[in-house]
Design a binder for this molecule. Sequence first.
Ligand SMILES: Cc1cc2nc3c(=O)[nH]c(=O)nc-3n(C[C@H](O)[C@H](O)[C@H](O)COP(=O)(O)OP(=O)(O)OC[C@H]3O[C@@H](n4cnc5c(N)ncnc54)[C@H](O)[C@@H]3O)c2cc1C
Ligand SMILES: *[C@@H]1O[C@H](CO)[C@@H](O)[C@H](O)[C@H]1NC(C)=O
Ligand SMILES: *[C@@H]1O[C@H](CO)[C@@H](O)[C@H](O)[C@H]1NC(C)=O
Ligand SMILES: *[C@@H]1O[C@H](CO)[C@@H](O)[C@H](O)[C@H]1NC(C)=O
Ligand SMILES: *[C@@H]1O[C@H](CO)[C@@H](O)[C@H](O)[C@H]1NC(C)=O
Ligand SMILES: *[C@@H]1O[C@H](CO)[C@@H](O)[C@H](O)[C@H]1NC(C)=O
Ligand SMILES: *[C@@H]1O[C@H](CO)[C@@H](O)[C@H](O)[C@H]1NC(C)=O
Ligand SMILES: *[C@@H]1O[C@H](CO)[C@@H](O)[C@H](O)[C@H]1NC(C)=O
Ligand SMILES: *[C@@H]1O[C@H](CO)[C@@H](O)[C@H](O)[C@H]1NC(C)=O
Ligand SMILES: *[C@@H]1O[C@H](CO)[C@@H](O)[C@H](O)[C@H]1NC(C)=O
Length: 490
Amino acid sequence: MGRSPRILLSIASTALIGWTAAALIQGNTDISQQNTLNVDVCVIGGGAAGTYSAIKSKDLNKTVVVVEQQDRLGGHTTTYVDPVSNTSIELGVAEYEDTSIVREWFARFKVPLYQYNITIPGVTSEYMDFHSGQIATPEQGDLFGAWDAFQTQVARYPFLDYSLDSVPFLVPADLLLPFGQFITKYNLQDAVPYFSLYGEAWGNFVTLPTLLAIKYFPPSFFNPATLYSGAPGALASKDNSLIYEKATKELEPNAPLSSTVLSMDRSAAGLVKITVQTPSGKKLICAKKLISTIAPLIDNLKGFDLNETESPIFNKFRGHSWYLGLVNTSGVPDNVTLINYGINNTNNFNIPVLPGVYDIFATVVPGLHFFSFGGNDSQPSFTQSQVKTNLQDTLTRLRATGSIPGSSEAAKAFNIIDFSSHTPYEVYVSSEQIAKGFYNKLFALQGQRNTYWTGAAFVTHNSAAIWNYTDQLVTKMWSEGQSTTALSLS
Ligand SMILES: Cc1cc2nc3c(=O)[nH]c(=O)nc-3n(C[C@H](O)[C@H](O)[C@H](O)COP(=O)(O)OP(=O)(O)OC[C@H]3O[C@@H](n4cnc5c(N)ncnc54)[C@H](O)[C@@H]3O)c2cc1C
Ligand SMILES: *[C@@H]1O[C@H](CO)[C@@H](O)[C@H](O)[C@H]1NC(C)=O
Ligand SMILES: *[C@@H]1O[C@H](CO)[C@@H](O)[C@H](O)[C@H]1NC(C)=O
Ligand SMILES: *[C@@H]1O[C@H](CO)[C@@H](O)[C@H](O)[C@H]1NC(C)=O
Ligand SMILES: *[C@@H]1O[C@H](CO)[C@@H](O)[C@H](O)[C@H]1NC(C)=O
Ligand SMILES: *[C@@H]1O[C@H](CO)[C@@H](O)[C@H](O)[C@H]1NC(C)=O
Ligand SMILES: *[C@@H]1O[C@H](CO)[C@@H](O)[C@H](O)[C@H]1NC(C)=O
Ligand SMILES: *[C@@H]1O[C@H](CO)[C@@H](O)[C@H](O)[C@H]1NC(C)=O
Ligand SMILES: *[C@@H]1O[C@H](CO)[C@@H](O)[C@H](O)[C@H]1NC(C)=O
Ligand SMILES: *[C@@H]1O[C@H](CO)[C@@H](O)[C@H](O)[C@H]1NC(C)=O
């Protein structure tokens, strides 16, 4: 068979319906029985939501396969282990809300949890305008007061506590305001540096629909009083990738890594056929159910047989960008964290001007800092070398103005020793779409065509909340499954 997957894909996108039967039959003639896998459930994406879906199904004695495009499970969890000190530095997911689901999930893998501590003794934060190199001295406002005022507003919307599935059809007008207007309306300005730091990858978060901002900042998790006082508030493990390494071992050989979906056919009752490109060739997966956990941007759902109801929903999603890297010999003192402050960006609460480096954080390992970088809506995507150039120019400016020590020439000496792209990130829709009942339409897809959807776009970027929602979804999925006639595969 000479038909490449690429040709199959172009057929899929030009004739969405009806192509699958013919193309799949033709396309699959080279997939032998030996390369066909019959399972109860196929999970697409093996990050927080996907790994949870797979292990939970496995623990319910279902057969599972996870299709993951990276060469490891874990998604946004990326842990760097310093070879000298054997210390872990989390470049991605660092901490978890203290909930029963989180404790049970880590106990499931016998991975201990500790109280998370954001403070590194002796390290101070300095604000600088990374575009001009100037030191900034923002006024320290009443953060705790502004946070309390925010909580008063948040308490009006209890339907946002767990996932986005309970957003009412008639969305309250305040939730449709751009978050910047909401901040001004309720005098929350003193909390902006805090929103800006924890919500940094939202880009220009001032334009974000308030509904999504509120969903992102759950009262217990982001409470500055617990985070900054050192009182118990959040949990962390010594190495957040450990649960994923253990899950991979349990799921093997049914966790094909570096693998992508080529095509899919969900037209039959109780059966989903997925053709997957894996490092050992094309495989056909026949599953009773499909759980998609990937960022559901239309481009990322390529290979899915989206129909005329599904495509117009997913094509409303947009994504932000976020890149994280670890650098040595940057010349930034070990006891200093630098935060980008848009001195002249006064219309936007002085948030950083993008594209640009958001911040350069001290780590517990002397000599190492980690930085984060984001694009803007018109240029979201960057290569590692573009990010490196931007960081280098930033360090050069900060030195030229004397804001950090060392000569401008020395700014070229740093090394990026770890780098990860978290793009697309923080997938969102406009207020206009939310007002038109977007989330009702989205959640109405659950269970249709044997397909279930979870992950950050359906909840928010919070592992505890994602695991809670996914736990309920998978439980419901298998209890529904029991009432239908069991399908005999192969
Ligand atoms: C730098 C950073 C720090 C964070 N810190 C925290 C934190 O401290 N606490 C917290 O609770 N949350 C944190 N988050 C939020 C985090 O995103 C969520 O908690 C959670 O990990 C998201 O889970 P997910 O399953 O939706 O997505 P992911 O974990 O990204 O999983 C999606 C998976 O799908 C794979 N995939 C994507 N597209 C495809 C495709 N087309 N085919 C096959 N596979 C595909 C991806 O490779 C990935 O493995 C952080 C995120 C980042 C980026
Ligand atoms: C799964 O199978 C094992 C072994 O047969 C059994 O002990 C266990 O109760 C089953 N679990 C569920 C949830 O059915
Ligand atoms: C590194 O630390 C981990 C636990 O944090 C430990 O299991 C491992 O043995 C250590 N490796 C070395 C080389 O010390
Ligand atoms: C999980 O979500 C449900 C609501 O859907 C909520 O009642 C429950 O308290 C949550 N549990 C945890 C541990 O967060
Ligand atoms: C901010 O604007 C003022 C006045 O236009 C200008 O002098 C100054 O250089 C600008 N600063 C930055 C950091 O761009
Ligand atoms: C966190 O670290 C700070 C500084 O080292 C310390 O004062 C505080 O007690 C710690 N908090 C916890 C919960 O360990
Ligand atoms: C910085 O990283 C480079 C590349 O990994 C390495 O060769 C060098 O020894 C490191 N320097 C320090 C001071 O850690
Ligand atoms: C950081 O460390 C340097 C050198 O050790 C020291 O001179 C400086 O005072 C420290 N800065 C802070 C803010 O602690
Ligand atoms: C976005 O970034 C590009 C450069 O990458 C810049 O040309 C453009 O003006 C920026 N747009 C906005 C709205 O800031
Ligand atoms: C299209 O998908 C939707 C949602 O998954 C489903 O309800 C509907 O039946 C599908 N339509 C056709 C014609 O298959």
